[in-house]
Design a protein around this ligand. Structure first.
Ligand code: F3S
Length: 288
């Protein structure tokens, strides 16, 4: 069995920065508003180190981390009103979208976001134009507002989906359409990497959190070229005997998945028929 790891995978710059900031502040006790990143292994590890997750704004006089994909402005305002010190871990690439949206909203443009309506990042972006944006999550039956529009994308969007949406918008719009492709380069590179790898292997393992949008996109892309795609959080979630029938297996991971998850996977897959090795491997991969 040959294992090939995608050349670009795992933690992106924004997630690395957020996780480091969280660990740096963990000792003094700190809250994270929602999951810092969409990866349960990372969230659990942070919790063990002293980063407590909260899902509401009922916290006072404390330090609160704002996650890499951002929050609605109202949440930030409320946390500040409650005299909390904000540790802003919002990825600079998401902040850049806030600026575009705010700027054009002030100039009278309608804002269109191509992305998942319920995703926290999209909710946060939309809050920078008074929740007035049109969100396009589906290519069927796209409706856009009258007047001039500015289109941005959720950072983790599938590039092909975004391009298709733009073509439709341009076809149906009677006014000016300005497009900002705000898909993050880290997302784009991970997608291109798995697109090419999935053509050369018999099975693909995609590692990432259940709620991770960019991880799901990687699995969707892999499925276009390979019929055996498995999306899991950890190599322990799958029976390794499944892979006996495959010659070449490709591995990738979403932008919020630590490198140790892939290293552990490769280690276990290479040694899965050597029972005594497994305990040693388990012990060496307990932390991110
Ligand atoms: Fe930022 Fe891109 Fe990562 S937007 S959080 S660097 S996927």
């Amino acid at each position: 069995m040959e294992i090939i790891v995608a050349d670009v995978n795992g933690f992106c710059g924004g997630v690395k920065r957020a996780v480091k900031m969280a660990f740096d502040n963990a000792k003094e006790g700190v809250y994270s508003y929602g999951d810092l990143v969409h990866n349960e292994i990372v969230v659990k590890d942070l919790e063990d180190k002293g980063v407590k997750k909260i899902d509401d704004t009922d916290v006072y006089d404390s330090k609160v981390i704002i996650r890499s994909h951002g929050v609605h402005k109202k949440i930030l305002d409320k946390l500040e009103e409650n005299n909390n010190e904000i540790i802003n871990c919002v990825c600079p690439k998401v902040e850049k979208i806030y600026n575009i949206v705010e700027n054009f909203y002030k100039k009278g443009y309608n804002i269109v976001i191509v992305g998942n309506y319920n995703h926290p990042e999209v909710i946060g972006i939309n809050s920078h134009c008074n929740d007035s944006a049109t969100v396009i999550s589906d290519l069927e039956d796209i409706k856009i507002p009258d007047g001039k529009i500015v289109v941005v994308s959720q950072t983790t969007n599938n590039v092909e989906f975004f391009e298709k949406a733009i073509n439709i918008i341009k076809d149906i719009s009677k006014d000016e359409v300005l497009v900002y492709n705000t898909i993050c380069n880290a997302t784009f590179k991970r997608q291109e990497s798995i697109r090419s790898l999935s053509k050369k292997v018999d099975a693909v393992l995609v590692f990432g959190g259940k709620k991770s949008s960019n991880t799901k996109k990687l699995a969707e892309i892999a499925k276009l070229n390979c019929k055996n795609v498995f999306l899991i959080q950890s190599i322990k979630d799958i029976d390794l005997n499944i892979f006996k029938k495959f010659n070449k297996i490709g591995i990738t991971a979403g932008a919020s998945t630590p490198e140790s998850v892939i290293k552990e996977a490769v280690c276990r897959m290479e040694n899965f028929d050597k029972g005594e090795m497994m305990e040693a491997i388990d012990n060496s991969f307990k932390r991110i």
